[in-house]
Design a protein. Structure first.
Length: 466
C-alpha cells in the first residue's frame, strides 16, 4: 500500500469507526426509547380499559341489584336477570356474559348457540382454559383475564381483556370484555412511526459519514500529491539498486567462471594435448601420458564440484526436489564439511511441525527462507566467533518460522543499523522478508544472537508473481 493510500486509510477508518459507534449508540437509545414509549402507551391504554370494564360491570351489578338484593334465587328471578343482561349492550362488540360455577354458559347475547353449553374444559386458540380462569378470578373477588375470543363485528379471533365478578348466592359469574385489537393497531402504528424515525436518522448519519469520508479522502489526495514525486524517485532508486544487484551477480558469476572454471578447463585442455603427444612416443612417455590423464580426471572432478557450487549458490536443486527442510539440512551439512578443520564448531538443524500443511510453500517463500539461512550462517562465520549454531524450522497452522541461534559474541544492533556500510546482510534479509509479507526479528547480546524469520499463513502460498 502506498503512503498516500495509508494516510487516507488511517484517516478514514477511525472516522468510519467513530460514525459506526455513534450510529450504534443512537440506534440503541432510539430502540430503547421506542420500547419505553410503547410500554407507556400500552400501560395507559390498558389502565383506561381496566377502568372502563370496572364501570361496565358495576353498571350491570347495579342493574341487577333490585333482583339480587331480594334474596330470591328461583328460576323466575334468574330469568329476569338474564333478560336484563342480554339487553345491556355497548357498541358493536360490547356485551355481558354469565357462567355458573360449573362452567355452563347462561347468557351470551352475541353467540346464543353457546347458551346452555358446558364450557368448563373449553380452551382458546392459545390453549388457555379461559372459562376456568374466569371462574377462579370471580371466586377470588373479581379480576382481569387476557384471552382470545371471536369478535362479533369482524367474525375473527382477536385478543380480549375480560373482567368478571361473582354472584355467590346465584352461583353466577358475570363479566364483560373489551377487544384489544384496536390497542395493538395503535401500538403497531407507534412502532411504525418510531421505525421510520430511526431509519431516517440512520440514513442521515450514513450520509454525514459518507460526506466526511469523501472530504477526508479528497484532503488526503491533495495533501499527498507532493509525495508522488518522492515515491517515484524512491522507485527509480529501487530499480537502479535491482539493476546493480543483477550486474554484481553477473560479475561474480563471470569471475567465478573466468578465474576458476575457465582456467581449469584451459589447463585440462593443455594436459590432454600433451598426453596425446606422449602417447605417440616411447613407452616411458606413454606411462607419463597415463599419469597425466589421471591428473586430468582429478581436475575434471574439481571443475564439476565448482559447477555444482555455483549452481547451488544460484538456487539449490534440492530446494525444488525435496523441499525447504531438506535443503536447509543439506546446507547445514555443507557448512559442517566446510568447517571440518574447526572441530570446535557444532551445527545442529531441527525441523518441527508440518511445513506447508495442506499445500506446498511457494517457490519464492522457500527461496527467501533459504537465502536468509545462508546469510545468517555467513554472518556467524565472519563475525560471531561462535562454537554452537542451531537452526530450527517450525511450521504451524498460522505461520512458518526459521530461527538461527549462535552462542557468539553478539553485536550492537543500533550501531549496525545506523552505519551505512555495516549490516548490509541484515538489511538484505529484512528486505527479502518484507517482500513476502514476513518479519525479521533479531535479538543479540554478548552471550549470543538469535535471528527469527517469520512468515504468516496469508503469505505462505503466494505465487512467484505475488
Amino acid at each position: 500500500m502506498k503512503l498516500r493510500q495509508k494516510i487516507i486509510f488511517l484517516a478514514i477508518v477511525p472516522l468510519g469507526l467513530a460514525f459506526a459507534a455513534i450510529a450504534l449508540v443512537v440506534r440503541y437509545q432510539a430502540v430503547e426509547l421506542a420500547r419505553q414509549q410503547r410500554a407507556t402507551i400500552e400501560a395507559a391504554y390498558l389502565a383506561g380499559k381496566n377502568t372502563e370494564l370496572r364501570h361496565y360491570v358495576d353498571l350491570a351489578q347495579h342493574a341487577l341489584a333490585h333482583l339480587y338484593d331480594t334474596g330470591r334465587s328461583d328460576d323466575a328471578i334468574k330469568e329476569e336477570a338474564r333478560r336484563i343482561l342480554a339487553d345491556m349492550e355497548f357498541g358493536d362488540d360490547g356485551y355481558f356474559f354469565v357462567y355458573d360455577d360449573h362452567g355452563r354458559n347462561i347468557v351470551h347475547p352475541r353467540q346464543p348457540e353457546l347458551v346452555g353449553l358446558d364450557m368448563w374444559d373449553w380452551r382458546d386458540e392459545s390453549g388457555s382454559p379461559t372459562i376456568q380462569h374466569l371462574i377462579t378470578l370471580a371466586h377470588q373477588g373479581g379480576g382481569f383475564e387476557h384471552y382470545l375470543w371471536r369478535k362479533p363485528s369482524s367474525n375473527s379471533v382477536a385478543p380480549k381483556l375480560g373482567y368478571v365478578i361473582g354472584l355467590p348466592r346465584w352461583g353466577w359469574v358475570i363479566g364483560t370484555g373489551i377487544y384489544l385489537d384496536d390497542v395493538e393497531k395503535t401500538l403497531a402504528q407507534v412502532d411504525h412511526q418510531n421505525s421510520g424515525h430511526l431509519r431516517r436518522t440512520m440514513l442521515l448519519i450514513a450520509a454525514i459519514a459518507l460526506s466526511s469520508a469523501l472530504v477526508v479522502g479528497l484532503a488526503g489526495v491533495l495533501l499527498n500529491l507532493s509525495e508522488h514525486r518522492v515515491a517515484d524517485a524512491k522507485l527509480r532508486q529501487l530499480a537502479q539498486r535491482v539493476v546493480r544487484s543483477q550486474e554484481e551477480e553477473r560479475a561474480r558469476l563471470s569471475r567465478d567462471l573466468h578465474d576458476g572454471i575457465s582456467q581449469w578447463l584451459v589447463s585440462i585442455k593443455l594436459q590432454i594435448e600433451a598426453a596425446l603427444e606422449r602417447l605417440r612416443g616411447t613407452p616411458e612417455q606413454a606411462a607419463q601420458a597415463r599419469l597425466g590423464f589421471e591428473k586430468t580426471a582429478t581436475q575434471i572432478n574439481g571443475v564439476l564440484a565448482e559447477v555444482r557450487r555455483i549452481s547451488h549458490d544460484l538456487r539449490p536443486a534440492i530446494l525444488d526436489d525435496l523441499g525447504l527442510a531438506a535443503a536447509l539440512e543439506h546446507l547445514c551439512g555443507e557448512w559442517r564439511d566446510a568447517l571440518g578443520d574447526r572441530s570446535d564448531i557444532r551445527i545442529v538443524f531441527d525441523s518441527e511441525g508440518n511445513i506447508g500443511e495442506g499445500a506446498p510453500l511457494s517457490d519464492i517463500v522457500n527461496t527467501v527462507l533459504f537465502r536468509v539461512a545462508q546469510e545468517a550462517l555467513t554472518n556467524i562465520a565472519r563475525h560471531a566467533h561462535a562454537s554452537q549454531i542451531r537452526m530450527r524450522l517450525y511450521g504451524g497452522h498460522n505461520l512458518v518460522m526459521l530461527q538461527v541461534q549462535d552462542n557468539g559474541c553478539g553485536f550492537d544492533l543500533g550501531q549496525v543499523d545506523d552505519h551505512s556500510r555495516h549490516g548490509i546482510g541484515l538489511r538484505n534479509m529484512r528486505e527479502r522478508m518484507e517482500a513476502v509479507g514476513g518479519e525479521l526479528a533479531i535479538d543479540s547480546s554478548p552471550t549470543g544472537t538469535s535471528i527469527s524469520a517469520i512468515i504468516p499463513r496469508s503469505s505462505l502460498f503466494l505465487s512467484p508473481h505475488g
